[in-house]
Design a protein around this ligand. Structure first.
Ligand code: HEC
Length: 202
């Protein structure tokens, strides 16, 4: 008989596969934390490195595509590559994702333990609050979050809806009919990198 944990992992994998192209994850889905997420000054080096790497790759692909084909072409690249690049950061002991209080891709929902934090932090300026946070998870693992600020380059696709180039607005509403990830200004809290580190990784 497979164990309950193994069955849960399989269920999670099946659910995750529907949302993104084959994320390589072995961790079971986190359960509600018993204590609230709290701000921290620093994140562990391996978590920071995973976030830095993901941010670097996304930015590199985004800038290359914008200069090659403009923001409309870059939307398609984001749509296909962002979930893949994000999933590629996941290892046996570290599950990584991106989320926001105002989602473009509905598959980027926060994990259960991060939902309240993401909602409470809202759309404030990044400078006006915690940049990193963590929480001990009931399974002995740890959840981590790092704020993502909106830079000028982001506003071509996440700025005020009325200011988006008309082809950009049209392509976004075609690909993301429930798109809420607009009306951001430079310095706004656009979203969060999150990570779950398993207890075994400590
Ligand atoms: C060319 C258009 C474009 C630009 C420019 C752009 N994004 Fe996005 N963004 C997208 C698309 C499309 C998605 C949905 C794809 C995905 O990640 O699943 C997305 C998703 C996101 C998400 C995941 C949460 C969600 O809403 O689904 C975050 C966080 C994010 N973008 C932040 C940024 C930041 C920060 C910048 C600037 C460095 C930026 N974006 C620039 C198009 C863009």
């Amino acid at each position: 008989m497979p164990s309950k944990v193994a069955l849960l992992s399989l269920l999670f994998l099946a659910a995750a596969c529907e949302r993104t192209p084959a994320p390589p994850t072995a961790l079971p889905k986190a359960i509600e934390p018993t204590v609230p997420v709290a701000a921290v000054a620093d994140l562990p080096a391996d978590v920071s490195a995973a976030f830095d790497q993901l941010q670097g790759r996304l930015k590199e692909r985004l800038l290359a595509e914008i200069s090659r084909g403009g923001p409309v072409a870059a939307i398609d690249v984001c749509k296909i590559e962002a979930p893949r690049l994000t999933a590629a950061q996941t290892t046996a002991n570290l599950r990584v994702g991106r989320t926001s209080v105002a989602l473009r891709n509905p598959a980027n929902q926060p994990p259960d333990w991060a939902a309240q934090w993401v909602r409470d932090q809202g759309r404030r300026k990044v400078a006006n609050g915690a940049k990193s946070a963590s929480v001990l998870l009931p399974d002995g693992g740890t959840g981590y979050l790092r704020a993502i600020g909106a830079a000028p380059v982001c506003l071509a696709c996440h700025g005020p809806r009325a200011d988006l180039a008309s082809e950009v607005g049209a392509r976004l509403s075609q690909s993301y009919p429930a798109d809420a990830a607009v009306d951001f200004a430079e310095g706004d809290l656009r979203g969060w990198f999150w990570a779950e580190k398993s207890a075994a990784a400590k």
